[in-house]
Design a protein around this ligand. Structure first.
Ligand SMILES: [Zn+2]
Ligand SMILES: [Zn+2]
Length: 325
C-alpha cells in the first residue's frame, strides 16, 4: 500500500468509512472505487479507458490493439471466417500459364434472406473455387465478395467448369439478388500493357461513342459506380480520379473494369472475363490506333480469322444484343 492509499484510508477511517480504493488494471494507479470503470472485464482508470473502444459487431469493450482496421474484435473476426475483413489483401498467387494477361475476378454476392449463414456459404464457395477468397464488402447489404487470385482466362474457365455443378446447386438453394444491387469487377494486370496501350484503354472506356456499347456489355447503365467521362488520360493513369470509373487505374498492379452488373450466372461471369481478356488483347493489336471505337473492336472480335483467345461466350452475347447498339 503506498502513502496515498494510507492517507485516503486514514481520512476515510477518521470519518468512520471503509477505505474503498482499488488500482487500475492497466497502469496500476490507485483510484477511488466509485471512479473505476469496468472495460473488457478489467478495472481501469479514466485515463486508461482511452485504450478501449467498442467492437462494431458485438458491441463489447475491446482494447484498441485487439481491434482490426474495421473495429471488429478477434472473437468476431474468428466467427466470420472464412470471410475476411474488407481490408484483407493476400499476396497474389498467379494461376495458369500460356497468357501474360492475368485477370482478377471480384464477384459481389448479395443474399435476399438474412437467415443464410454467410460463413458456411462462403466456405462452400471456397471449397469448389479454391483459387478464390471471401471478404466483407461495405457495398453489399447481406453477403460477401468472392475474389479470385489473378488467373489466365483459361484457368478461370477450367476452374469454373469444374465447380459449375456444385455452384448451380448453391444457386438453387440460396436466393441471390445480385443484379442491380451489386457489381462484378475484373482486374487486368498492368504489366501486360505498355504506357501507350494503357492510355488507349482509358480512352476507349471514356469515349462518348463507346458508352452505349459499354453499357450493353456491362448489362447496366453507366453511372454512379462506373462512370465514363471525358477527362485527362494522364490524370486517370496517375490515380488522380476516384475509383468509380468504367476503368479504374488506381490499383498499383492492375486496372479494374467496373462496368459489369452483378450476377451469379456463369454465362454472365464468363462473358465479363472474356470481354476483359479480349479488350486487353485487342488494344495491343498494331492496327488498334488511338481513337478506334467499339466498331473496330467488334470487327476484330467477330472477324475472320477469329482472335486466338476464343471468346465464344462474349461473341454469342454480342450477336444476341447487337441490335441494341
Ligand atoms: Zn490506468
Ligand atoms: Zn466483437
Amino acid at each position: 500500500m503506498n502513502s496515498a492509499d494510507t492517507e485516503s484510508g486514514r481520512s476515510n477511517a477518521n470519518r468512520g468509512l471503509a477505505p474503498l480504493t482499488c488500482s487500475c488494471g492497466r497502469c496500476g494507479r490507485p483510484l477511488a472505487y466509485e471512479d473505476r470503470l469496468m472495460l473488457a472485464e478489467l478495472t481501469v482508470c479514466d485515463a486508461c479507458s482511452d485504450a478501449f473502444s467498442l467492437c462494431v459487431d458485438c458491441n463489447a469493450w475491446t482494447l484498441l490493439t485487439e481491434l482490426d482496421a474495421e473495429n471488429s474484435c478477434s472473437a468476431c473476426r474468428q466467427a466470420t471466417l472464412p470471410i475476411q475483413a474488407y481490408a484483407y489483401k493476400p499476396e497474389p498467387v498467379f494461376f495458369g500459364t500460356g497468357s501474360k494477361l492475368f485477370l482478377g475476378l471480384e464477384l459481389e454476392l448479395n443474399l435476399e434472406e438474412r437467415s443464410c449463414d454467410l460463413p458456411t456459404l462462403a466456405g462452400a464457395c471456397l471449397q469448389i473455387l479454391p483459387y478464390c477468397y471471401a471478404k466483407k464488402d461495405r457495398s453489399i447489404r447481406y453477403g460477401f465478395e468472392l475474389v479470385s487470385h489473378p488467373a489466365t482466362l483459361n484457368y478461370h474457365r477450367t476452374a469454373w467448369s469444374q465447380a459449375l455443378p456444385a455452384w448451380n446447386r448453391i444457386r438453387q438453394t440460396h436466393r441471390f439478388c445480385c443484379a442491380g444491387q451489386t457489381g462484378i469487377h475484373v482486374h487486368l494486370s498492368k504489366a501486360f500493357f505498355s504506357a501507350a496501350e494503357l492510355a488507349k484503354l482509358v480512352y476507349f472506356c471514356n469515349q462518348p461513342t463507346n458508352r452505349d456499347f459499354l453499357a450493353a456489355i456491362g448489362q447496366r447503365p453507366l453511372g454512379h459506380w462506373s462512370r465514363s467521362e471525358a477527362g485527362g488520360i494522364k490524370q486517370a493513369l496517375s490515380g488522380e480520379y476516384d475509383r468509380y470509373r468504367v476503368l479504374n487505374c488506381n490499383p498499383a498492379a492492375t486496372v479494374e473494369l467496373r462496368l459489369f452488373n452483378g450476377s451469379e450466372r456463369w454465362e454472365d461471369i464468363l462473358k465479363n472475363l472474356e470481354f476483359a481478356d479480349a479488350i486487353g488483347h485487342w488494344i495491343k493489336q498494331p492496327d488498334c490506333r488511338p481513337g478506334c471505337d467499339y466498331r473496330h473492336f467488334l470487327a476484330w472480335l467477330l472477324g475472320n480469322p477469329q482472335p486466338s483467345g476464343g471468346y465464344a461466350c462474349l461473341s454469342d452475347f454480342i450477336r444476341q444484343h447487337i441490335d441494341l447498339l
